[in-house]
Design a protein around this ligand. Structure first.
Ligand code: DON
Length: 560
């Protein structure tokens, strides 16, 4: 008798479990980010009544605790938002060149690039924008107190975060550099194991300062002293005046149409929005949906658009406060149709033959992305970075955090590639207080006037192409958001002239076919491309998330 009860109970539980998706209450809000701890903290804030902007601040700070390779308070970023009633905006909290910077600061006396000066150690550090950015978001949109938003990250820094397998690999491959730059007793010089809990009390204290004094807790007082000391000791030039002078800027985002989509993304000093707009407009006349996903034809079309857009990027894009960026011209439909006029289905273009476009009038390796939607329908797309993994590797020992190496995003010398192989020119030359050009592409997409996608990615130069492919995957190839995020990616950036593929995902047949048409393919550089964290809202208002399996990325939900 008891046994048959047990069998009935088991059967009942099995049925309930298999019906879980039917009995679950609908998702009201979601956060998808590089770490579970951070996504959960975003949800915690929204369950206390906070909105998506509150959650953005809390999630960003949580990433700075548990994802120190890219989450940060001493880096910078961009966010694009769409409010519940359809208003758009964006915030630029990108780093700036220090007051003492100059255009040749990474060149020796005969004009050669000094290796590693723009990537490693003090001289690589840009004036950080993150805390000023988060504080600005709170001033304009916050609904809970600032203290409430900082508190969960202080708790996380004290209790500690768990080292994942991927994170251990990342620590292991950077440990020697941490020690070279900061000395053998440096906090992240320890040999952490999978499952270890890392609590960082120095960092908890820094966050306490930020909680108590807001923006000034970072840019002034004891933290400013610590920051400047670390910069000086590692050979940098950032001064207190630089810290005091920093302020983020609200900018009009880039908006363009692709079929019945309205796509909104970041404007200069990010190249993301302009390049994304160029890519979509260049492929629009070809109706890519008629070809298969990752077929020769769809890859050719996207690669040829990428080649042309990245060539324009190198010439025309930079900080609009210092250089007249010809945004309207670059996004002009006729200009972009002409740009593709020499595209030939049978023969690849050569990047050496593709220069930046002729404009008739010149108008006056590590980042993290997170996407949030709240129960009101406010949507935020945020990408933030230290640039390389753990930035300059300079660690503020008594403050518990890493400093960026964003200066490498400037063009140190025309024609010399930066760490992402990107070229640049006058538009992106170094100048005191100028913002370095970025590829970060936080993006929001509307379909038929309704919110449709919130997405973005890390990946340096590969960010733009990752975002491009993810939107194409959902809209043209009809994938659900998780498939669109997970499916394999490829990349082309004009120079070097080569297609990079994710390893072991593309058939020999496809690669041979592209080679026979003259495409240059570099399988030695095969690597994981981007880590997209995305949210999709379907026409009935149902929310689903895509967390990128290439990382430890995680979607947390709030159901009411
Ligand atoms: O702003 C940029 O374009 C770069 N600093 C982003 C760096 C990055 O995505 C590295 N991530 N893997």
């Amino acid at each position: 008798m008891i046994n048959s009860y047990k069998v009935y109970l088991l059967l009942f539980l099995l049925i309930v479990n298999s019906c879980e998706s039917f009995i679950k209450r609908p998702v009201k809000a979601a956060v998808v980010s590089a770490r579970k701890e951070a996504s959960d903290i975003g949800i915690e804030i929204m369950s206390k009544g906070g909105n998506a902007f509150d959650a953005m601040i809390a999630t960003g700070l949580a990433l700075s605790v548990c994802y120190p390779n890219a989450g940060n308070i001493a880096g910078g970023g961009f966010l694009v938002y769409r409010t519940y009633d359809g208003k758009y905006g964006s915030l630029d909290y990108r780093e700036k060149a220090p007051l003492l910077a100059n255009r040749d600061m990474y060149l020796d006396s005969i004009g050669n690039i000094l290796p590693e000066k723009s990537t490693l150690g003090g001289l690589a550090i840009g004036v950080p924008g993150t805390v000023a950015g988060l504080f600005e978001v709170h001033k304009k949109f916050g609904s809970l107190s600032w203290e409430t938003l900082v508190e969960p990250s202080i708790r996380l820094a004290k209790i500690g975060y768990t080292v994942t397998k991927k994170q251990k690999k990342s620590f292991d491959s950077n440990r020697d550099k941490f020690i070279e730059i900061n000395g053998k007793n440096t906090f992240y010089g320890k040999n952490f194991k999978i499952g270890d809990k890392i609590s960082n009390l120095e960092y908890a204290n820094t966050l306490e300062l930020i909680k108590k004094y807001g923006k000034s807790g970072f840019y002034e007082g004891i933290n400013a002293e610590r920051f400047i000391n670390s910069v000086k000791q590692s050979g940098g030039i950032i001064s207190k005046d630089d810290l005091l002078a920093y302020s983020p800027v609200w900018r009009d985002p880039i908006q363009f149409k692709y079929k019945d989509l309205l796509i909104t993304s970041m404007s200069p000093p990010s190249s993301g929005g302009v390049c994304l707009g160029q890519l979509f407009k260049m492929i629009e006349p070809y109706n890519i949906g008629q070809y298969n996903h990752n077929s020769s034809e769809s890859i050719q079309l996207m690669v040829e658009a990428e080649r042309r857009s990245y060539a324009d990027r190198s010439e025309f894009l930079g900080d609009p406060d210092f250089f007249d960026v010809p945004t309207n011209q670059l996004l002009d439909s006729i200009y972009l149709i002409n740009r593709m006029s020499d595209f030939n289905w049978n023969q690849a273009s050569l990047s050496t033959d593709i220069k930046y476009g002729e404009l008739s009038i010149r108008e006056s390796d590590e980042t993290t992305h997170y996407s949030i939607i709240d129960k009101y329908g406010n949507a935020i797309s945020v990408t933030t970075t230290l640039n390389g993994s753990y930035g300059s590797k300079v660690y503020v020992e008594d403050g518990g955090y890493f400093l960026n190496n964003e200066m490498d995003d400037f063009s140190s010398k025309p024609g010399s590639p930066n760490m992402f192989g990107l070229l640049g020119n006058e538009a992106n030359s170094i100048h005191p207080e100028k913002r370095m050009l970025s590829s970060m592409t936080p993006t929001i997409v509307e379909k038929n006037k309704k919110l449709y996608l919130i997405l973005g990615s890390p990946g340096g130069s590969k960010i733009i192409t990752s975002v491009f492919q993810t939107i194409i995957n959902t809209y043209e190839f009809k994938m659900n958001i998780q498939q669109a995020v997970s499916s394999s990616r490829f990349h082309h950036q004009w120079m070097p002239d080569e297609i990079i593929f994710e390893p072991n995902k593309f058939s020999d047949y496809l690669i041979d076919d592209l080679k026979s048409k003259g495409y240059l393919i570099n399988l030695d550089k095969s690597t994981s491309i981007g880590r997209v964290d995305a949210i999709m809202v379907d026409e009935n208002g149902f929310i689903t998330c895509g967390a990128d399996p290439r990382g430890d990325d995680f979607a947390s939900y709030f159901r009411q």
